[in-house]
Design a protein around this ligand. Sequence first.
Ligand code: ZN
Length: 322
Amino acid sequence: MQEPLVIDGVEALPGKETLVEIEVARLPSGTLIHMPIHVFRSNEPGPTVLLSGGLHGDEINGIETVRRLVASKIFKDLKCGTVIALPIINVYGFIHFSREVPDGKDVNRSFPGNPDGSLASIVANHLTEKILPAIDFGIDFHTGGASRTNFPQVRYSEEDKLGKEVAHIFKAPFTLTSGIIPGSLRATAQDLGKSIIVFEGGESLRFNEKAIKQAVRGTKRVLQHFKMIDKAPEAKKVIHFSSSSWLRADASGLFVPIKESGQKVTEGEVIGRINNPYNSYSIKVKAPSEGYIIGHNNIPMVHKGDALFHIGEVEEIWKRPK
Ligand SMILES: [Zn+2]
């Protein structure tokens, strides 16, 4: 039998689905904002897994991923353990089509948070106090920000052993390590001895069906590995990257990408152009080294120094044995 689990004063009973609605704070209009959380529990002991989206309120692919996983009903009959599904962490950003909360603060830079702090800090604190202590590991679903798009990828911290294992089981098309940003959900999770990996796919305010599907499939592989569900689709190919860096604009102008996220590039290859709108110059954007484009900028107007292509250096390519 599973251990008791209480979230925000609500007991989530084994063998049951429980909806916990954390009261966050009212809008200026007086409307109370809740953070609804679905808790699915098996009778059998097993891992407690957090699946979360909308930490950045405009990163809709992650919200849709968690919604679809819940709608698929695979958590209704968990073989063991617990799934905590949190579709929208930052409801304020979501209703404003915004990454941040209304005062401009980023919830993912406000951890561990403070119940008497700013709104972003209050939202972060609910996770730190009520959710993180209950979990073994989590998958937090994001997209590129500020008109940048990311090819479906999983990021983990090299020091986080369980996170590394989960990332390798997930088998997103691209897999890479990334540093922990101070004030992030991952930073606080790590301080509490919990593992959070991040899935990135597509861009903010846009659905990206390929990214959503990869996110759903990878999550199923992780849950199947821990014997929480029976079936999961197999992955075909995973590229692991040893390092990555952003290629920046040498000039300001109209940016026309020639290659895009997911594609292979060779050293010196022309992968885009920056054109002056009055045709006084046209500059080639060349790949500095061989690798794959793991993310790119989708906005046509760029300043000198703007990030254009995120290029990863391949460490290893895994293919499903035939
Ligand atoms: Zn994000």
